[in-house]
Ligand binder design. Structure first.
Ligand SMILES: Cc1cc2nc3c(=O)[nH]c(=O)nc-3n(C[C@H](O)[C@H](O)[C@H](O)COP(=O)(O)OP(=O)(O)OC[C@H]3O[C@@H](n4cnc5c(N)ncnc54)[C@H](O)[C@@H]3O)c2cc1C
Length: 336
């Protein structure tokens, strides 16, 4: 509750959504409250979200720069974690929330996430005085290429560009090269997007190959085993097309916390069952979202001119309804 109020007070409420074509023509606009009065959409800069969550914890409870090098089960039944600096930690419960390339997931037998055929540039435009945009999510659709931007604070605007690429391509570490490449992709697109990119400090730009992993029942390993459990991208990497990856990681954390606190009240022997319950309760939420995010991405990345024309002139302006688009953001959980 404290976290929710902290975040709510700090961030701009996003009021609506505008969809444009690459020539700047408005295809559709929505106000979230028109669709559902209870909808509250807020854009949160990752750094602020992490700081807000960390601030809820007792000081010194997070140890940074602790890279996991090795994980193994030991005779006591506990799990031993060996860090790159040689530190060894053993735990009765290990929560693997180590992201898309999770060494914990690999150790548990999960396959590598699969590249879906498109990559994304992301950045944070910085307007030292005040950013001039309305608090709306803006999408711009091209052919095999799309972009978006949304204000995340009075001075910062998050943007992304998603482009088709047969392979993830080489890792580029020079941020000025990334900025040039991003700008080149959308050089004739609406000027506000180019302006935001121009005002983006180089070091906030990253390029990410988009990947996911479909957790097929009876094929994928379970989310937990022997006191080790996965949360977030480590368990269910999904493409960002529904903007739900981090949201689902937070949901996982809340559900897992509830299951564990109930189990610890009953005694340590209940822990394994609680972890299993967490996995079975979360799976029906995250598996369909992973698939849906993938399909939405494939549709939006179409480069066929006829399909794109139908999308821009018929589907987006006349057929799309905001309600079903937002329905996946609703999630009810038991209070902690
Ligand atoms: C282009 C793009 C746009 C996105 N937009 C949205 C959006 O609008 N909304 C949304 O909800 N989600 C979005 N996401 C998804 C979101 O970023 C992820 O789902 C979210 O960050 C997952 O959180 P996580 O904590 O599971 O993993 P991460 O945020 O990846 O955190 C993993 C942590 O584990 C650490 N780690 C990794 N390896 C090791 C190791 N060996 N030892 C120790 N620590 C390790 C990392 O340093 C990191 O701190 C987007 C993703 C992309 C690529």
């Amino acid at each position: 509750m404290g976290v929710g109020n902290d975040l709510r007070s700090q961030f701009l409420e996003i009021q609506g959504m505008v969809v444009k074509s690459e020539d700047g023509r408005e295809l559709r606009s929505f106000r979230f409250k028109d669709e559902d009065e209870s909808q509250e959409v807020r854009a949160v800069e990752r750094r602020i979200l992490l700081e807000t969550l960390a601030n809820q914890l007792p000081t010194d409870s997070i140890q940074f720069s602790s890279k996991l090098a090795k994980i193994e089960r030991i005779e006591t039944g506990e799990t031993l974690l060996e860090l790159e600096d040689g530190t060894r930690l053993s735990g009765k419960i290990v929560i693997g929330c180590d992201g898309i390339r999770s060494p914990v997931a690999k150790w548990m037998g999960f396959s590598e996430p699969r590249y879906v055929g498109h990559c994304a540039f992301r950045g944070l435009g910085f307007f030292p005085e005040r950013m001039p945009y309305e608090p709306k999510v803006n999408y711009i659709y091209g052919r095999g290429l799309r972009a978006g931007y949304v204000p995340v604070s009075p001075t910062k605007v998050y943007w992304f560009i998603c482009f088709n690429s047969p392979s993830p391509g080489p890792k580029i570490t020079d941020p000025s090269v990334l900025k040039k490449q991003a700008r080149e992709l959308v050089r004739n697109w609406p000027s506000e997007l180019l302006n935001i990119i121009d005002l983006t400090p180089d070091d906030t730009i990253i390029r990410t190959p988009l990947v996911d992993r479909w957790l097929w029942p009876a094929i994928s390993p379970p989310a937990s085993s022997g006191g080790v459990v996965l949360v977030g991208d480590a368990w269910h990497p999904m493409t960002p097309n529904l903007g739900q990856g981090a949201c689902c990681a937070l949901e996982d954390a809340v559900v897992l916390a509830k299951k564990l606190s109930d189990a610890l009240r009953l005694g340590p022997e209940s822990v394994e069952g609680a972890l299993r319950l967490y996995g079975s309760e979360r799976w029906p939420r995250i598996f369909p979202l992973t698939i849906r995010a993938n399909l939405v991405g494939s549709l939006l990345q179409w480069d066929n001119p006829v399909v794109c024309s139908v999308r821009n002139n018929v589907i987006v302006p006349k057929l799309v309804r905001l309600g079903p688009l937002l329905e996946h953001t609703n999630f009810e959980f038991e209070p902690l």
